[in-house]
Design a protein. Sequence first.
Lengths: 335, 395, 630
Amino acid sequence: MTASATTTPLVIKKIEREGKEESQWRIVGRRFARHRLAMISLVIIIIIFALTLLAPVISPFSRDAVDIAVTARPGPPGTLSSAGEVHLLGVDHLGRDLLTRVLYGGRVSLTIAFIVVIFQELVGVSLGAYSGFYGGWPDGIISRIVEFLLSIPTLPILLITSSILIKTDAQLPVPAFVTNGLARFFDSTPQDANKVLVLCLILVVLGWTGAARLMRGMALTLRGQDFVESLRAMGASNGRIIFRHIIPNGIAPILVNASLGLAAIVIFESALSYLGVGVQEPTPSWGNMLASAQSYMFQAPWLPLVPGIPLVLVTVAFNFVGDGLRDALDPRLKR
Amino acid sequence: MTAYLIRRLFQMVIVVFVVSIFMFFLFNIAPGGPLTGLQQQQRRITAEDRARIRAQYELDLAWPWRYTRWLVGWPDGPVTIAGNQYLADMVVGCYMEATPEEGGGCIDTVTLAEVPQLHPAVKSSRGIVFGDFGKSTVVQPGQPVFGLLMSRLPATLQLQIPSLLLALLVGVPLGIYSAVRQYSKFDYTFTTAAFIGSSMPTFFFGLLFILAFSVIPSLNQDQFPWLIALPPGLQKAVRPYELAPGWPTINPGTPVDLFLHMLMPVTVLTIINVAFWSRFLRSSMLEVLRQDYVRTARAKGLREALVINKHALRNALIPFITVLVLTIPGLFAGAILTETVFAWPGMGRLYNEALQRSDYNIALAFIYVTTILTVLATLLGDILYAVVDPRIRYS
Amino acid sequence: MQTKKFLVLSLFVLMAMVLGACAAPAGVPAAAPAGGEAAAPAADGGEFTVLNPVLGDVAVRTALAQCIDRDALIASVYPTLDAETKVALQMDSNLPKTHWAWSGPYDFPQYDVEAGSATLDAAGWTLPEGESVRVKDGESLVLKFVTTNAAFRQTWSAVMIQNLAECGIQIIPTYAPASWWFGDTTGLARRDFELGAFAWVGEADPGGRTLYACNQIPLPNNGWEGQNSMGWCNEVASNAIIKANNTLTKEDRAVQYDIFQKEFAKDVVSIPLFQRAEAEAFTTDLTGPQIDPTEYSSWNLAEWKLADGGDTIVIGMSQEPDSMWQLVSSMAATAYVQKPTGLNRPYVQANYDFAPFPGYQDALSTIENGLATNNDVEVKAGDTVYSKDGEPVTLEKDAVVFDKDGNEVTYDGTSPLTMKQLVVDYKFLPVTWSDGTPVSIADFQLAQKIDCDKESGATSFITCESIQDIQWADDGSLAFTVTYLPGVQTPTYFLSPFDHPYPSHQVTTDGRTLADVPAAEWLTLKEIAELPLSFGPYMVKEWNKGQNLVLEKNPYWAGEVATPNVIFVFIPDTNQAQAQLINGDVDLLEKSTLGAQFEPLLPAVESGQLNLEISPSPTWEHMDINLYLP
């Protein structure tokens, strides 16, 4: 009896939902396309992504190849290598090709941003949904942790944690294929790739609270609503309610949060690397490239622009995309 | 309200406690610190020498004891109750570790009774809770951390206060005006500019300024003698200089000199703050303008200026107080990135330097004070919010 | 159920990540035996007792040296140096060619790829057809290389790795943070490397005993004492380096160093790569600075003059001193600032040699000028003497010491034994503290009391422990006679065992006389650590932390002081410092600030605005080879 009672309405519900969902996403897409700056930003992001992914195709130089035969170091765009090839964006103080490094630096910076955002949303969404839906002591603990993380000074704590973990040479216990894969992608050693993961971990641990708060609020509101009550009455398990109903309902704000989060993480990572406690040389990142560029600024004024322009483009673009998404997903919040 | 305050204060203590203990633990596992490079000089360092030097930095004590000594200055010796000493034999650390040949472990433990002679009161901290921030270990070994922090505070304030005031003066009217003129050309340009401003990384902003107003002009002054090159960093010059060839000489330490050195960092900080605050104010103003009572006021035929200034503005500024209060920690902590970019001798750079060189006492004191200020500011913001907005009650 | 699992999972992931990152300061994974995992286990006999099957072979080490193109390394880090200076940076032993103790050339294996390949072929490491890495008995020639993450080291390392690859040697580099590599209980201090690169700073006294003697090998069993991290024990070399540091005259020492350097070239346990180059630049308006490899240029600051007669010289430094107390500060910045005050090693250590500080001493107390004597002394069981290992010991059966002829003797417990005993008169000229009080003998007594007090915070007390007796002059002159323990033959005996006198009369802010303040408190005394009284040409006037430190002429200094004010400005960024030198904000940039980054200065040098002096630094980069398996 219970079995038949539970299945039928749910099937109907599902069909309804899918139909609605499709058109809803289409509306969202249309609204997003109307946000001109967001669309431009999306295009910029896609171009930068494509460039970094195609790094080995675009640039004939290897990431760390030191060319000491080049006497003008740092050398301006168009500098010739000792073999007579053109360095399109010039060379740094070690005679390394800047184009190659800025592209690989992009790979590193953007990979960090995506890893961190994916994990912090995952952790935040699941903890937030759980704590909002069930309440009780787990909610108490999770809320306290969130409050705690929100009330500490983020940048100083990030700096201190990162500087210490970098010094300890701590390695994250992750499967070898992950580090090896990352190492291949970054063209670095697995140890260096693992260090990047340590940095990601720090950023995740300090950054999941936004998603958790969003999701918790969503779960709190939804759990009192009639349809949840009726689902429950029909015998749907809590897990099912959370996964099929509560989380999907919160997906819109989470997407916006994630997109803005990408910008924030790119900035945090570059700031840490700029201060020397983030990604470590010889692995390039836009932040550590800027740091070394500053010391050569009087000789090579164009040097900071090489990593700086893509950095600004990406952060601003992620923000605009987030903004566009917010407008598209929630028309009430129209500017 | 009282119950709420007590609860919040209690939470605050816990936050500060957890942060400090976690940081202390992190430092405990970090390599380096004051003993780094001990072996990098060609001289003989015996095991006894090393043990003695370790003990100078209290590294002979186990870290939980080091932590309590740092926090409250305890234990400073055996527990004395009514003239009787207790726990004198309790082991709190290891002065010298045994080699594997000797069986490993500790050959010379530190007991509570030995603490007073190994770590006499003059060398120990009375506890940060009682205002003794301990001594610097690397940056200025032996010097009180408190004095070091205080010596950097004026420079930080010199940047922070003007930029906060300027940002208020510029940001508030901008945000309000933009909200009132919603959908106008001004509003559109402004929101886009502010949006970009608030999504830029600060330090690159600073670098761009140095590039545009210092590096490029000074490199091109031969051809264009009218180009003004601002000083690229530091708080003041050390000897007379000119902005451009043939201009009047500026003497170091004069108000003009100080002003010129402040110009770029203050501008950068101001722009960032303006971008954030005006955006915040704009949306908060827009929200107020949508409220019924504003509509009513307008419907009553009140002049628009009156509606804006009297009814809307006041209510729009209320949430802004929380934002403003949150800048208090920054007054102390400074802007780590901006100070680094402009080689400004303030707190933020001291903190960064302490981290690079592993001077843990400075870093810990900085984190401790900043955390307290941040938590306090949050609390203050909440209270102020309740005071100015009668709809909010904490009970 | 499902959600609970999910929650547990995510919590677990979070915690695992936190714990994983925090609780496991794993360090670089312990260096696996070279050539693969199959090498002999090091289980029996403890650690560092099994010879590294690859690097234990002198042929492989020789090949390493033959495969590294030192000239290319130099060119990589100093691209704009002229050919002559580049040649001056080359090394063939552990001492610079300009050092008095170098009597080469030595035949340390030089760069020769073909010879290197031949050496490897002969040693059984052959290059299979179509492969790039040599193989022996199925093991590839892959070596782990550690150094710091400094850009400078990464630069030459990149070239070196390329060089070695051409010989069929694959290098896996680790660029570790300096705090790990030079940490107290990590990296180098625990011999956690196969090939490890760092630098030693050469001095006028060539030293070397702690680096190369057999009893200086850091091992778990000796509490990791010593600096011979290669684990190199060559009896001939070890005895020579010990004798060289236990002999008084330069000529006799040079003989021992020659023996040592020949062995060093034979065994190839540490490959000297190059001397660093150092540059010091100053405006042509400034006259007086004498740039020297081993002495800070500030030693003769009193003679510096500005062309326009200006009364203030501005010196740029990248580092800020950490304390004004020499005893606890080992920073070059402290020494640079303090040199003209007399408060830091008041003698001149120019061009690898020693001379008295003008106006403070007329002569150093050498045997040649009669101020020191090296007597024969009869010792018996129970006397405190200096052992062969350089430690004060009670003479008893089986103690190993040097007799009067410098021969190693194992004491039999009864028979008479004659040893050498140094008695040295240290004499100083009358000088006056910058508050007007003349320096008295009590100030030197206070120096002995504080410098030898274990509470003071000093690192080493070797000198204090080598003293048997001190006689202080009681006629008001500044002189004292030190009798060292029998067997003490410290080559630098002519330098006062206490760095400089302290103003014993000075009253601190809390009303105590300096002589009464316990040593433990000195580190925090403002009168010592921040604004000390001085007796040299200059005194510290003010110290604005984080910005500058101002020296002013000591009004009571008897000698000439050409320019009364000197400001040391702290400019952390080298490029900013250079810009300030070019536009005249700063008159001189000292060595540690400029390093070898002088390219931006070249136009100003050509236009005659700046003097630039580039010289080989006593600091030399080298690669140590760990002979044993961990």
